[in-house]
Design a protein around this ligand. Structure first.
Ligand SMILES: C[S@@+](CC[C@H](N)C(=O)[O-])C[C@H]1O[C@@H](n2cnc3c(N)ncnc32)[C@H](O)[C@@H]1O
Length: 423
């Protein structure tokens, strides 16, 4: 079976209508989508197109790897009920803020009062700054004091939704206000960085969010969707709080093996919000992390076994990490099948990678695992991931900078698949 799947995916042509290359950052960050940066988030247009095709108003959509809530926001806009889970509490905080339209007048009122208070800050202002060596590792004393002041004032807000809205804004400014190397997704310090001023940066962030909230609120009100249920839970993708046979559509983009360490990436927010004191324990709960489990691995795919064996010849640790990943993903797929209605669809957005010179055919393995669990392939979409900033390369002959799109280059945009499977 794995050979048939490999050739099916190989012969799938790119469908350019799924690239959405005409969409600008403004389109992909519309309403609340631009509240917070999040690594590897997908664009809302993918979700809305799939939801349009495979669901009707009132159906339930689930995202087991919800991330910053793209699926849930789009579901709400379209009047679909939705449930998202993520193991990362930072993702849950962001999602909660993004799926909750708040009366713009109310946000304006609270912000005016909060701003008034924050504007009174001076060097004599009494502030109870947190005592945590990791906070001191990332923040200089001046920024730490200001951030602590903002944080304490948010904590005083009584309305839970409003508080989460401002916490989300607070979370998104932490990187700029710290000495985290700005361009890096890895936890690296930049000792000569001049961090942004927390209070001014916070004001700017909140104003951007207020514009997004106002648009989201108006749109939801116009469509009568303000009360459409949307829930996010901080839990594992293998234990989703949804009844059997209840879901019309699953849309998700899973984590990749040893790609992003979400636990490390979101440690600034996790530290301030006190989500975790022990980073190493936190890490283990993520699928795709470099932590690996050697026991009871069920890969449920001939191709996954083949990839493991190939890797074993190169690097044992990587082989174990990849096997753990495929085995854990298989458990997530079993959970998806349990939740889906008969005829329900699952759409998995995934690309292939390579590790230690071995091709990690995620899409092919996932399709095989899902088939072995009893789902059938309904459609395979291959899409190009357009990059707005094409990197330039040096021309091999002249040494001059050349555009990657020059005719003499055989550069291809990165691609990924959307596997559409049916129960
Ligand atoms: C590629 S991201 C999803 C991004 C999402 N589509 C969006 O638009 O924001 C993968 C997500 O899987 C989450 N994740 C990793 N392991 C998990 C687990 N065991 N259970 C639930 N979520 C998990 C990560 O925290 C991360 O947010």
């Amino acid at each position: 079976m794995s050979q048939t799947i490999i050739s099916l995916l190989n012969k799938t042509k790119i469908d350019y209508s799924w690239s959405f290359s005409d969409k600008t950052r403004k389109d992909t960050a519309y309403i609340t989508h631009g509240y917070h940066r999040y690594p590897a988030k997908f664009i809302p247009q993918i979700v809305s197109r799939l939801a349009e095709k495979y669901t009707s108003k009132g159906d339930l959509i689930v995202d087991p790897f919800g991330g910053c809530g793209t699926t849930l926001v789009e579901s709400k806009v379209m009047g679909r009920l939705s449930i998202g889970v993520d193991i990362n509490p930072v993702a849950v905080l962001i999602t909660k803020a993004k799926i909750t339209p708040i009366d713009p007048k109310k946000v304006e009122r609270v912000f005016t009062a909060l701003k008034g208070k924050l504007d009174t800050y001076n060097k004599d202002t009494k502030v109870k700054a947190p005592e945590h060596e990791r906070i001191d590792y990332w923040f200089k004393p001046e920024e730490k004091r200001k951030l602590a002041f903002i944080f304490t004032e948010i904590l005083k807000l009584r309305d839970r939704d409003i508080r989460d809205f401002f916490y989300c804004g607070f979370s998104n400014i932490l990187k700029n206000c710290s000495i985290w190397l700005q361009k890096s997704n890895k936890p690296t310090r930049d000792l000569i960085k001049k961090p942004s001023d927390p209070i001014q940066t916070f004001f700017k962030q909140v104003k951007m969010m207020m514009r997004g909230n106002a648009r989201f609120y108006e749109l939801s009100k116009q469509r009568n969707h303000l009360e459409v249920p949307s829930q996010v839970y901080c839990t594992d993708a293998r234990t989703i709080p949804v009844k059997d046979n209840a879901v019309s559509l699953v849309v998700t983009s899973p984590p990749y093996v040893t790609s992003y360490e979400y636990a490390d990436l979101h440690q600034l927010t996790a530290l301030w919000m006190e989500y975790t004191k022990d980073l190493s324990d936190f890490r283990k709960r993520f699928i795709g992390t470099s932590y690996h489990n050697k026991k009871d691995l069920v890969l449920n795919s001939v191709l996954a076994e083949k990839i493991r064996n190939e890797l074993l010849g190169k690097d044992k640790k990587t082989a174990e990490e990849v096997s753990t990943y495929f085995s854990e993903m298989n458990q997530v797929f079993a959970e998806m099948k349990r939740m889906l209605k008969k005829g329900g669809k699952t759409c998995i957005v995934i690309g292939n990678t390579s590790l230690k010179g071995v091709e990690i055919l995620n899409a092919e393995v996932f399709a095989e695992q899902l088939q072995n669990l009893g789902l059938k392939i309904l459609n395979i979409i291959k899409r190009e991931i357009p990059s707005k900033n094409l990197p330039s390369v040096r021309d091999e002959k002249t040494g001059r900078f050349a555009r990657i799109t020059d005719k003499n280059k055989t550069y291809a945009y990165p691609t990924e698949y959307i596997l559409v499977m049916e129960k």
